[in-house]
Write a protein that binds this ligand. Structure first.
Ligand code: 2M8
Length: 457
């Protein structure tokens, strides 16, 4: 049975008091969403829109499970890594069960054309932000007293190492310390205005017209999803990679879309820190991970820091230009501890919007794209709405820099959004209104995590 979007944790608006009952029922609502999306071996991101297992969704979901059901957190990550490729890549989708409600599906990807694809598991042929070492660390830290996490860690560590090696070996051809994304889906922020210009290059003359059978629009309104033009290009890239049998050197050299993404590489850098910690627990060698940390920290400075804007910007490798588009990703390097303290103010200052509850001193959110910018769309996917996972990473980053008040304003906003509107995929940036899919797993999981960080209010 699906969970209704009517959230039991709905709280009377305008009531600013800390409220234990609110927190308790919000946690119950979040668990109900996760329970309904749990399949027995992995968690669907949402009941209808996303029927398979997604890569970074599972990382965030495992973080939420860590304090609630560590057994499930482990099963979730183990299931995802069943889809890991021989070259270490963790695919962006693992198709455990057939479903005719999502496009493109396993038969469109034909990942088996690659000699690197795993046996007996259907997957896509691209990856997503590598949040998994961070997730494994969260599970190990929170479950230590309850379970034998050492065995889980010993099992996961070589797989995590193989994933990071894939990114530094196959996705960093120039050895700069930055991983290249070859498809907007790899960045996780699919139709971000950051990619508008780079995507124009995907209209490569001579490519066959892709067959696009959109099924997402049967579930969510067109005003909240990527445009048809974007989808055509997404599928054109899939067709191209399939025709190259997912040959990594070719994808990195010849894809008409190639970017060093600030968000992706921030997640990677943060995951390197967590991997280092896991290596220490196991007594594994750390020199290789330290070298990645050194290189990537340097590359943020040399290749992504933009002195003109005083901001970290993604870079288009096809044009060779920085992508000077101000999105929430510009603040995600905080999550990885990249900027020094002098830069932090600048990075977060411009991004906060007034909270939808009209209490700017008590609550804040970072919209995916700011309303002052060209092409902002309040309800469209990664072009304006507030996303819980990105705000959670910025929250974590602010805490890392001891900016506790700012972090807490974000936390308060996320909890109130979920409490008032339900556990949506994304939210309107200035109204307490949910968008995209209801009953969204990473929203529920990260709300659970945030509830565990202290009382509500
Ligand atoms: C969204 O992306 C998928 C393609 O991967 C889609 O729109 O069909 C993104 O929000 C992505 O970040 C997320 O992992 C996925 C599942 O929640 O949905």
């Amino acid at each position: 049975m699906l969970v209704s979007t009517e959230n039991p944790a709905r709280r009377p608006s305008g009531d600013p008091r800390p409220d234990l009952a609110f927190g308790v029922s919000l946690a119950a609502g979040a668990k109900a969403v996760l329970d309904a999306n749990w399949t027995g071996s992995f968690t669907r991101p949402s009941p209808r829109l996303y029927p398979h297992q997604w890569n970074w969704d599972s990382g965030f979901i495992a973080i939420g499970y860590a304090g609630y059901s560590p057994e499930r957190a482990m099963t979730e990550l183990r299931s995802l890594f069943r889809g890991q490729w021989r070259n270490g890549m963790v695919p962006h989708i693992v198709f455990h069960h057939p479903s005719d409600t999502y496009f493109p599906d396993a038969a469109d990807w034909r990942a088996d054309r690659s000699p690197d694809a795993p046996d007996g598991v259907f997957t896509s042929g691209i990856t997503q932000p590598p949040i998994h070492a961070t997730a494994v660390r969260a599970v190990v830290e929170r479950a230590t007293r309850k379970l034998d996490v050492l065995r889980f860690l010993e099992e996961m560590y070589p797989k995590l190492l193989a994933l990071h090696r894939f990114l530094y070996r196959d996705r960093d051809p120039d050895g700069l310390g930055l991983a290249v994304c070859v498809h907007p889906w790899e960045t996780g922020i699919d139709n971000s205005p950051k990619w508008d210009r780079a995507l124009l290059g995907v209209d490569a003359a001579g490519l066959p017209i892709p067959v696009v059978r959109r099924k997402d629009l049967l579930v969510v309104g067109t005003d909240q999803r990527p445009a048809d033009d974007d989808y055509r290009r997404y599928i054109q890239l899939v067709d191209l990679f399939r025709s190259w049998d997912y040959d990594q050197p070719r994808m990195v050299r010849e894809s008409p879309f190639q970017v060093y993404d600030v968000l992706f590489n921030s997640v990677l850098h943060r995951a390197n820190w967590d991997l280092l910690e896991l290596a220490r627990v196991l007594g594994e060698p750390t020199a290789e991970i330290r070298e990645w940390l050194r290189k990537t920290a340097g590359a943020f400075e040399t290749h992504l820091w933009d002195e003109q804007d005083r901001m970290y910007h993604s870079r288009d490798l096809v044009s060779g230009q920085p992508i000077r588009v101000h999105t929430a990703s510009c603040a995600v390097p905080l999550f990885a501890g990249v900027p020094d303290h002098a830069r932090v103010e600048r990075l977060v200052g411009g991004f906060f919007t007034a909270c939808p509850f009209g209490e700017p001193d008590r609550c804040a959110s970072v919209p995916s794209y700011h309303e002052s910018q060209e092409g902002f769309q309040a309800v469209n996917y990664w072009r304006g709405p507030v996303w819980v996972n990105v705000n959670w990473m910025i929250y974590e980053g602010l805490r890392r820099y001891r900016l506790i008040d700012s972090a807490d304003r974000i936390r308060r906003n996320l909890l109130r959004l979920a409490g008032q509107a339900g556990f949506w995929e994304y939210y309107h940036p200035t109204e307490p209104r949910g968008l995209g899919s209801p009953d969204f797993s990473w929203t529920a999981a990260l709300v659970l995590d945030l509830l565990g960080r202290g009382g509500w209010g």
